[in-house]
Ligand binder design. Structure first.
Ligand SMILES: NC(=O)c1ccc[n+]([C@@H]2O[C@H](COP(=O)([O-])OP(=O)(O)OC[C@H]3O[C@@H](n4cnc5c(N)ncnc54)[C@H](OP(=O)(O)O)[C@@H]3O)[C@@H](O)[C@H]2O)c1
Length: 332
């Protein structure tokens, strides 16, 4: 069989650039590569396997020869263009939230429910929310061991989660403050430099943000747990890359810390780093540019029965987006 023609929609963005890197680093068998973005980027050149590829403007006719289309240009673009790609015969792997909760669109973390990526009914597969992927990478092995019932989580989300503009905003605010200048706000509702902001995405009627509810709805769908209960507070922090999540998880069965650590043995994509006495716990700088999520600070929760507290860190541009999408493409 010929190697597939792969398109990246949003190739010039934070996730698109990482997708290119993942395809290259993982030696994905790319026959032809199409890099698509807005008219602003048309003509720009990007490198893949030592060769320059020219970025083209995305149109509805971009997908005639495409077998796999990796979308990462935002929900609006996915809603408008993914159906054209699917109709042209490409399998779409979409990073936005546009189709995640559609019943006939698989929502896939390959290590957890990879089999669902096969034969997608609408030719569309959704990549889950980045924080949800990272949290579930830590929770799925514990679910196998003890049976997951509920999650209470607080997130510490990096600015690259808001794309290239989030990175620029933190850089510019840090420079302005260092020079005694006022900061300007474009991406975030409050100053992000030397601050934390308890808002990621927009607020909904029940006081939670959309991002916080993704952990609930997407978590249930991926884990196949309709009764999973989740309460989450999502916080933006002045970290460039890698999200961290503090999780209290309650289980059906009694828990044990040693058994919890052992549950990760042999599980791909997640490692335990948990020796606080030796200052060994995961921090965002440890996972930046890396594939694996790291779990530490595993302990018995002192409030709830059958509950564990843990801390998980993962590169959200990579495992939370680009790598997960390329892993789905590998299943295809
Ligand atoms: N960043 C993360 O950690 C992360 C994690 C998980 C999921 N995601 C999702 O991935 C998607 C992309 O995020 P990002 O962080 O990579 O954003 P980004 O850095 O802002 O990049 C956006 C990309 O979309 C392209 N684009 C914008 N408008 C377009 C248009 N009208 N036609 C064609 N292309 C257009 C941009 O092209 P130009 O350069 O030409 O403007 C750019 O390539 C979003 O849906 C986001 O929610 C992001």
């Amino acid at each position: 069989m010929n190697h597939p023609c792969v398109a990246i929609v949003g190739a010039t963005g934070a996730v698109g650039v990482e997708m290119l890197l993942c395809l290259e680093q993982r030696n994905f068998p790319v026959g032809k590569l199409k890099l698509l973005a807005s008219a602003r980027s048309a003509g720009k050149r990007m490198k893949f396997r030592g060769e320059e590829v020219v970025v083209e403007e995305l149109t509805h006719d971009s997908f005639g020869d495409v077998d796999i289309a990796l979308f990462s240009a935002g929900g609006g673009i996915s809603k408008e263009f993914a159906p054209s790609a699917a109709a042209a015969g490409a399998v779409v792997i979409d990073n936005s939230s546009a189709f995640r909760m559609d019943a006939d669109v698989p929502l896939v973390v390959p290590e957890i429910n990879g089999a669902e990526a096969k034969n997608p009914p609408r030719n569309i597969i959704a990549n889950p929310n980045c924080t949800t992927i990272i949290s579930l990478m830590a929770l799925a092995p514990l679910h196998e061991a003890f049976g997951l019932r509920s999650i209470i989580a607080s997130t510490y989300q990096a600015v690259s989660g808001s794309g290239a503009q989030g990175i620029i905003e933190l850089e510019e605010q840090m420079k302005a403050l260092a020079n005694g200048q006022p900061v300007s706000l474009k991406v975030y509702p409050r100053q992000i430099a030397f601050n934390v902001i308890p808002q990621v995405d927009v607020f909904t009627d029940n006081g939670y943000t959309k991002e916080e509810l993704k952990m609930l709805h997407e978590g249930r769908k991926i884990m196949g747990l309709d009764d999973l209960r989740v309460s989450c507070t999502c916080v933006r922090v002045p970290v460039f890359r890698s999200h961290s999540v503090s999780i209290t998880a309650q289980f059906e069965k009694p828990v044990d810390v040693d058994a919890a650590r052992a549950a990760y043995t042999g599980k791909p994509g997640v490692q335990v780093v948990d020796n606080p006495a030796e200052k060994e716990f995961p921090v965002p700088l440890d996972t930046t540019g890396k594939d694996d999520c790291l779990v530490g600070r595993i302990r018995k929760n002192l409030v709830f029965s059958n509950a564990l507290d843990l801390w998980v860190v993962g590169d959200q541009v990579r495992k939370g987006a680009a790598l997960n999408a390329v892993q789905i493409a590998e299943i295809l």
